[in-house]
Design a protein around this ligand. Structure first.
Ligand SMILES: NC(=O)c1ccc[n+]([C@@H]2O[C@H](COP(=O)([O-])OP(=O)(O)OC[C@H]3O[C@@H](n4cnc5c(N)ncnc54)[C@H](OP(=O)(O)O)[C@@H]3O)[C@@H](O)[C@H]2O)c1
Length: 250
């Protein structure tokens, strides 16, 4: 299926590894010029090399700490200057943050900053541009909101879900879509910190109907569709890609 994304432009945060890296690569292969942001310059350079080996639309990379107070403004300014205009925004940077039930204030605040505020702020930086052009596809990579143990990142991502729904309600008239993509357990560094190989196998056999954790490519496939013109009538949605993991115990 032609996704009609060739020649379009995108900003992807958290592009150096894991889901953001796979999304950047898939968009580039489909002919999208990506402004790829993360802190690790060496990984971003490696991504550029990887993409130039398989396609001709090489991303522009930008090393920036997203948590820096002026991070969102710098990213938006540099992206507009490098790309000319932005068609798609994929808010992906983040990190899992399991905490004790009385977790410290600084960890809660760090999670809300990285996993909610900076995404909202970057989106707000680009909104006037999207509204003026009367087009734009915003996709937020979120997380489950049904964990049974405290994870401050998942709380911040739940805020993103509510905010996205509200934004979608107000931005539809400008031709702008706002959606969330909720991964289950996808094999990235973020998740390998929590599950050893052995734990992964046992957990997947027990809890995931499709039998294993997902690959970053599984998320990249859905992300690329959701920001493409093929998804023009989808907004305010949360799309789950989890191998069937989510369930009630009966
Ligand atoms: N993998 C899963 O199963 C899963 C499940 C639920 C939700 N998620 C969500 O999916 C997103 C991607 O996760 P992942 O599994 O791909 O994680 P990952 O492999 O650890 O990658 C995280 C990305 O975020 C970037 N990042 C983190 N802190 C940053 C900062 N301060 N400034 C700039 N960039 C920063 C990292 O880049 P640098 O380190 O180079 O800065 C990296 O590119 C996250 O928001 C995560 O919460 C993932």
């Amino acid at each position: 299926m032609d996704l009609y994304v060739k020649g379009k432009t995108a900003v992807v945060t958290g592009a150096s590894q894991g889901l953001g890296r796979a999304i950047t690569k898939e968009l580039a292969i489909e002919g999208v010029k990506v402004f790829a942001v993360a802190r690790n310059e060496a990984l971003l350079d490696g991504l550029k090399d990887e993409i130039s080996a398989v396609g001709d639309v090489v991303p522009v990379t930008f090393a920036q700490d997203f948590v820096a107070p002026d991070g969102p403004e710098k990213i938006a300014t540099m992206a507009l200057s490098a790309l000319g205009h932005v068609d798609m925004l994929i808010n992906n940077a983040g990190r899992s943050r399991p905490l004790d039930v009385n977790g410290p204030e600084d960890e809660w605040s760090a999670a809300m900053t990285l996993d909610f505020d900076r995404h909202r702020q970057l989106t707000q930086q680009l909104l006037p541009h999207f509204m003026e052009r009367k087009q734009g596809a915003i996709l937020n990579i979120t997380s489950t909101y049904e964990l049974r143990a405290i994870n401050a990142s998942a709380v911040a991502k739940a805020s993103i879900v509510v905010w996205s729904k509200q934004l979608a309600g107000q931005l539809g008239r400008y031709g702008i879509t706002v959606n969330c993509l909720q991964p289950g357990l996808i094999d990235t560094a973020n998740i390998r910190r929590v599950f050893s190989d052995d734990e992964r196998t046992k957990f997947a056999e027990r809890e995931i109907p499709l039998g294993d954790f997902g690959e970053p490519q599984d998320i990249a496939n859905m992300a690329t569709f959701l920001v493409s013109p093929r998804a023009r009538y989808i907004t305010g949605s949360v799309v789950v890609v989890d191998g069937g993991m989510r369930h009630y115990p009966f």
